[in-house]
Design a protein around this ligand. Structure first.
Ligand code: 5GP
Ligand code: MN
Length: 325
């Protein structure tokens, strides 16, 4: 509950904010906005993330202060931000379990309320929940907080285009604009800047695209060797899943990427009604109905063999529901 989160922050004085692995605009923007708010209240705060901040988000105010879990100073309270489950905190998990008090702020429907205190509510982005916390703490978002919250909202709503976008999202946006948000500059950094490795990865992914179920299932796998051959890293693969999803015939998209640890990272998207979070949960992951993910600890080929039938079954179920209605 929001009240629980606000009381948690009012009561204690030093906090570690934890962003999720493979950090995105929502987890980073939400952590940074909350970080700014805590400092304004005269509290001590630091941010930890198991993975480095992707280049796209390094311009965000104070992003350079985000540290690896091994580099954190002692603290008493830990707050997981936008972490759908404990696993999503990665190497920060021991910091969470070692804290005297924990709070879990998240907007994923699959979140198991793993905190001692939990503010888990379906929203377009965790940034929306953080915005409400900031207001209830009696603060007006300043320009820095607004930039961070904008990064959270704009990325998790696909530029305010996904179904998760609500009137509340736009009310928050109106207030952020009033605080002096530089919309064109932020959009330039967040959405209008790419790199050659990223473009080349997109080209390779299109080349490797596999289509099943009458072209309703778009599927793509990339290995570590593929990434290395183009001088690309994990973050260069971020738009692949959107490219597959945007194909007109595709209802369900899946992108499998071999990770540095040898495990396979899976991103899935649904377009209308197919609930991809069900498939993600079957493999120990989760997320939202139309955007979910999981990690499968096998080879790329084995992960493909495990996932394809599940996705085909999901689409067949959808097909039947369609016929019945
Ligand atoms: P993405 O494909 O962009 O990595 O993730 C899509 C959505 O699913 C995001 O909201 C993300 O937080 C969630 N998600 C991705 N991977 C996992 C996972 O391994 N476990 C859970 N619980 N959620 C995930
Ligand atoms: Mn999010």
């Amino acid at each position: 509950m929001r009240k629980t989160a606000v009381e948690f922050i009012r009561e204690f004085d030093d906090f570690l904010l934890i962003a999720h692995v493979s950090p995105d605009g929502d987890t980073l923007g939400s952590c940074l906005a909350l970080y700014c708010a805590l400092l304004k209240l005269g509290k001590r705060a630091q941010i930890a993330c198991a993975d480095p901040v992707p280049k796209t988000y390094r311009f965000l105010p104070h992003a350079d202060r985000i540290a690896a879990p091994e580099d954190t100073a002692p603290f008493s309270c830990a707050i997981a931000v936008d972490c759908a489950d404990l696993l999503r905190t990665g190497r920060c998990a021991p910091l969470l379990s070692g804290a005297q008090h924990t709070l879990n702020i998240d907007h994923h429907g699959t979140n198991p309320n793993f905190g001692e205190s939990n503010y888990v509510e379906i929203a377009a982005a965790t940034g929306e929940l953080v915005y409400h916390i900031i207001r209830e703490l009696g603060l007006n978002p300043d320009e820095e907080m607004a930039a961070c919250l904008y990064a959270a909202l704009a990325t998790d709503t696909g530029n305010f285009s996904y179904r998760n976008t609500t009137p509340d999202t736009f009310r928050i946006m109106a207030e952020l604009l009033e605080s002096g948000l530089d919309l064109p500059a932020l959009n330039q950094r967040l959405f209008r800047t790419t790199s050659l490795p990223r473009l080349r990865i997109n080209a390779l992914a299109i080349d490797r695209l596999e289509l099943y179920c009458n072209n309703r299932l778009g599927f793509c796998t990339l290995s570590l060797a593929d990434l290395a051959s183009l001088g690309a890293t994990r973050e260069d693969c971020e738009s692949v899943i959107d490219i597959i999803r945007d194909i007109d015939t595709v209802e369900v998209a899946a992108f499998l990427r071999e990770g540095m640890d040898g495990a396979v990272r899976v991103s899935m998207r649904g377009k209308t009604s197919a609930d991809v979070s069900r498939v993600a949960q079957r493999f120990g992951g989760g997320g939202h109905r139309l955007a979910a993910g999981c990690t499968i600890r096998t080879t790329l080929e084995e992960a493909r063999a495990l996932l394809l039938p599940e996705l085909e079954a999901l689409l067949e179920g959808e097909g039947n529901a369609w016929k019945e209605s």
